[in-house]
Design a protein around this ligand. Structure first.
Ligand SMILES: O=C[C@H](O)[C@@H](O)[C@H](O)CC(=O)O
Length: 272
């Protein structure tokens, strides 16, 4: 199995708190992006003390209450399934702060991390404030919810976005990459993908590859899997009959999303 593909590995870390995924610089090829998926039973609490990292707490499904011990955001979250395709609530917490996430209902929470050295205000990112985009045409159509885009100055290095791709369509396509710190042409952002499928038994194909093919991994990605993108192009193809969801975390030396399309396939964008 590709070293870039992570299967769910649920472990109960405290009563009612199940750590499903944990991606760190110690256990992955990523230096900037960190990532956790945590399931919370009703009434259980996840607690964390941040060092020199910032965190975007995404109420993926279910209802949660988030506190940074100065502010409390009660009963946030908007959906029981990501496939309701409505934006959800998130909370940004900066470096050197502590926070708690308490489950009001059964909940799945995604914790997105990246380096941070200048403490910024804790912020509720309301569902209705997500920027909504319908990208692409032909069989390259997808729905994008911008949770924490580079146009939002609330974070120091963190970018968070979720993408819905319909049956038989492609996304993160034509293939693009952002693995060179070479602005204005391209920025260097590592990336993680957290995938869900509808129906659950589905899979998508994701390829992660570089121009020189020194990295070239093609994976069958299933519900709840994580794919790591340290570098390279990273397109996703969705088989007929299934819907794809993924949440992306991106981070690098500069908080700018400037990708470079693979020239061989850029013609895809020019079709009438
Ligand atoms: O670089 C960003 C990620 O590849 C996705 O968020 C991608 O941009 C989604 C899409 O446009 O299809």
């Amino acid at each position: 199995m590709s070293k870039l593909l992570r299967k769910p590995n649920p472990k109960e870390t405290s009563p009612g708190v199940i750590n499903v995924h944990e991606v760190t610089s110690e256990n992955s090829p990523l230096e900037y992006v960190g990532f956790k998926v945590v399931d919370l039973a009703p009434g259980s609490t996840y607690k964390e003390e941040l060092g020199k990292v910032e965190c975007c707490i995404v109420a993926l499904t279910g209802k949660i209450t988030v506190s940074d011990h100065d502010q409390v955001f009660e009963n946030i979250g908007t959906r029981e399934s990501v496939f309701e395709k409505k934006p959800t609530d998130s909370v940004y917490v900066s470096n050197d702060r502590t926070f708690e996430v308490k489950a009001v209902s059964q909940a799945r929470v995604v914790l997105c991390y990246s380096p941070s050295y200048k403490q910024l205000p804790t912020k509720l990112i309301k569902a209705e404030d997500n920027g909504i985009e319908h990208r692409g045409k032909y069989s390259n159509q997808r729905l994008v919810h911008n949770i924490l885009p580079d146009s939002d100055p609330s974070a120091n290095s963190l970018l968070v976005v979720e993408v819905f791709t319909e049956s038989g369509n492609w996304s993160s396509y034509p293939p693009h990459k952002h693995d060179q710190d070479n602005l204005p042409d391209e920025s260097f952002l590592e990336e993680s993908y957290y995938h869900e499928m509808n129906p659950r038994q589905g899979f998508v194909f994701q390829r992660v590859y570089t121009d020189d093919r020194s990295l070239d991994e093609t994976m069958a990605v299933e519900n709840g899997d994580v794919v790591l993108v340290p570098a390279g192009y990273h397109p996703v193809g969705v088989p007929d009959g299934y819907e794809s969801y993924y949440l992306n975390v991106m981070a690098g030396p500069k908080r700018i999303w400037k990708f470079h399309n693979e020239p061989t396939h850029e013609w895809i964008l020019n079709r009438k």
